[in-house]
Design a protein around this ligand. Sequence first.
Ligand code: UDP
Length: 327
Amino acid sequence: MSNVLVTGGAGYIGSHACKALAAAGYTPVTYDNLSTGWADAVKYGPFEQGDLNDRGRLNDVFSHYLPDAVMHFAALSLVGESMQDPGKYWHNNVAGSLKLIEAAVDHGCMNFVFSSTCATYGEHDNVLLDETCPQMPINAYGASKRAIEDILENFQDSHGLRHVIFRYFNVAGADTDGEVGEFHQPETHLIPLMLDAIDGKRPALTIFGTDYPTPDGTCVRDYVHVMDLVDAHILGLKWLEDDKGSRVFNLGTGHGFSVREVIEQSRTVTNRDVPFKEGPRRPGDCAKLVSGSDRAYHELGWSPKRSTLEVMIADAWRWHQNGRYDR
Ligand code: UDP
């Protein structure tokens, strides 16, 4: 049974990935500084608390567990925050990832699965985004992820580090068993904020911008279920184990939904009113981010099973009503 080092394994996507890894017969070793994650989300393997920028701690963990692969989820990932404090993103995401990548190579761990983002593409007037689209991020979050992609490519060329890069579109939903789910503190993401507003736990949702060049004026995003997303990671790991070479894959469904459409679907799923108001644009937001690629479907054999808006909101709603982590 091989060990996989999962950075950010205490976070939303990382905890779902640990569950999928354990189900696939791997031992997920979570490495997380708990800056945004939750110790009680680590349920499927050992937990090592540590920071990406702590090279000594990384060395100890690599030496102890001798992982065959790294899945690197740990990152700051808020577009708005990245615009206000870009240095934080370059220190944590870029400098931290560089230390992790160097530690992996130094310890002979040459399989690396990386969480990147559609935010690396930036604005491309009304086109669907595929993996060959030029990467022109318009926020520091996207820029930090693009820089890490570059580092991986250099380390592939110079040190033979095999990698799979996944460019996520908008991740939503929760584990159907209710063991793990999305819980950010503070929360900034559309669907959990909307569910809180429906529940009366927060004031009305604010729609960030109604004057975008989209059919109803609000931003359009491509939502993908977290369980489908982590399934792709298991396929990515097997891709590397089969020595198929380094590759980039978009993870999205190719269907875009506006903020207003998400509100409408939430109303239908929960059968409750969605209190909302209209507000100004949030700096750094692209008008439309929709995947135009089925590379992951064709090459990895990925087939999302729960990535309809209805199912994602229903799963998020179930978690929202029952699940919480304690700090
Ligand atoms: N959004 C919004 N109000 C909110 C939070 C988000 O209108 O309170 C919009 C945001 O502008 C974007 C979409 O919802 O168009 C998804 O935002 P989220 O923060 O969930 O993910 P992101 O696209 O930034 O990764």
